[in-house]
Design a protein around this ligand. Structure first.
Ligand code: UD1
Ligand code: MG
Length: 454
């Protein structure tokens, strides 16, 4: 169910598209559902339907539109025609309850087993606002009463409905078709199907999730931030249990997947996005952002480094040192023992073993050989205003400070380029090439003097 507006988010973005750990709330729910291997996934959309459907189009779900939104029962009414296997089980999930675990959802579907109505419930200290589970003195579930419709006595019930249930598909179709809206909110309540099931002798069972976090909903930015920290804590704990040393699990953010070798250390305030792989013994300094990158064994990423591989990816070779304040962009491929220092930007460039660019430099569309030393302030002028061109710097070349290498250009092996040179023609191997005005001293030159006043 993803048709609601989410008024309390106070946002133009439909609630289910707000991001938790880098993915929309709805995507989290769809991922949990997909792990069950369902025959079909139906997403009920309404508010912002075009935007919501476009955002999760890749999931393979089918969409049922609910216009206008007349309640959760009305929502499910729109979806049931798409449920073709009448003998199957239908699991109803909430688009704004993102942390439901696949195991819990599977257990609920199994509790239904195509014959029973299975409700996911929890017991809360403060049940205000939720539908209460009404049981007989013997403990059998009799129905759900919404908070707004509940008597004072019913409001003292602390067992609540989480919004998640599993029902026999044929019966669900029948039940939602018979719903009425004679209640406090003039809505078609999905929860009214419980009393219908009881009335026709269908067994109703209640199951509980392993943790309350799984069933917390997002209605406001405060709740979204609370779930974010809970999810990040779980991810941090899973990594630490696998041996990763996090300086502070409360200051760690994983918004994609992170695969770590042994003896990995991650300092505070690092953000990992997309797919990141850290080899054995990798150390990540404080305040780094890494996205779509592979960092090999023993490499060190110093603080405040930004690595974004986008689609092409970034690779940092074994034992390389990067940062502080470095920027590695798509296609940066650093070999073993490469050093990239402060305020150095590397894009679509390969640096072979032991090459160094330690200060204030730009390498774009470059092929850099082994042990090259690339001086402070030097840049590859790779863009002529229309096209990109390559710079090749062969092994053991030494590029002085503040050079401009105007691509396409090749610097031969072992060449030295004098500081301040603008190199627009190939520089031969093994020799010193200088391309700047010669220094001159003017003998007898005198500074101008101020003209006398008056
Ligand atoms: C619902 C349950 C309540 C339960 C609570 C748990 C009903 C009648 N009540 O109440 O028992 O304790 O969830 O959080 O089901 N939606 C639609 N179309 C609509 C209305 C809602 O798609 O017309 C979607 C919303 O986007 C949301 C979900 O259904 O994902 C739940 O709707 P919401 O309005 O939050 O229901 P509650 O009043 O919280
Ligand atoms: Mg709600």
């Amino acid at each position: 169910m993803a048709a609601g507006k989410g008024t309390r988010m106070k946002s133009a973005l439909p609630k289910v598209l707000h991001k938790l750990a880098g993915h929309s709330l709805l995507q989290h729910v769809l991922d949990a559902a997909a792990a069950l291997g369902p025959q079909r996934t139906v997403v009920i959309t309404g508010h912002g339907a075009d935007e919501v459907e476009a955002a999760v189009a890749a999931s393979g779900a089918v969409f049922a539109r609910q216009m206008p939104q007349l309640g959760t029962g009305h929502a499910v009414q729109q979806a049931v025609p798409a449920l073709v296997d009448e003998a199957g089980t239908t699991l109803v999930l909430n688009g704004d309850v993102p942390l439901i675990r696949t195991d819990t959802a599977r257990a609920l579907a199994q509790a239904c087993g195509g014959t029973r109505l299975a409700l996911l419930t929890v017991t809360l200290d403060d049940a205000t606002g939720y539908g209460r589970i009404v049981r007989s003195p013997q403990g059998a579930v009799l129905g759900i009463v919404e908070h707004k419709d509940a008597s004072p006595e019913q409001r003292s019930i602390r067992e609540i409905y989480t919004g998640i249930l599993a029902a026999p598909t044929a019966a669900l179709k029948r039940w939602v078709g018979a719903l009425k809206n004679d209640n406090a909110q003039r809505e078609y309540y999905l929860t009214d199907i419980v009393a219908m099931a009881v009335a026709e002798g269908c067994e109703v069972v209640a199951a509980q999730p392993a943790s309350d976090t799984e069933v917390l909903g997002v209605n406001s930015p405060v709740q979204l931030a609370d779930l974010e920290r809970r999810l990040q804590r779980l991810r941090a704990e899973a990594l630490m249990e696998a041996g990763v040393r996090l300086a502070d699990p409360a200051r760690f953010d994983l918004r994609g997947t992170l695969q770590c070798g042994s003896d990995v250390e991650i300092d505070v305030n690092c953000v990992f996005e997309g797919e990141v792989v850290l080899g054995d013994g990798v150390r990540i300094g404080a305040n780094c952002v890494l996205r779509n990158a592979r960092i090999d064994t023993g490499a060190v990423i110093h603080p405040f480094t930004h690595i974004d591989g986008e689609a092409a990816g970034v690779r940092v070779g074994a034992g390389a040192l990067v940062g502080p304040f470095a920027r590695l962009r798509p296609g940066a491929d650093l070999g073993p023992e490469v050093h990239i220092g402060n305020f150095v930007e590397v894009k679509n460039s390969t640096l072979a073993r032991g090459a160094k660019a330690n200060h204030l430099a730009y390498l774009g569309d470059a092929t850099v050989g082994e042990r090259v030393n690339y001086g402070a302030g030097s840049i590859t002028a790779n863009y002529d205003g229309a096209n990109k061109h390559r710079t090749v710097i062969e092994a053991d070349a030494h590029i002085g400070s503040n050079c401009v290498l105007v691509a396409p250009v090749t610097i031969g092996a072992g060449a030295t380029i004098g500081g301040g040179s603008t190199i627009s023609k190939n520089a031969p191997a093994g020799q010193l090439t200088v391309a700047r005005a010669r220094q001159a001293t003017m003998p007898g030159w005198q500074r101008p003097k101020k003209a006398p006043k008056g």
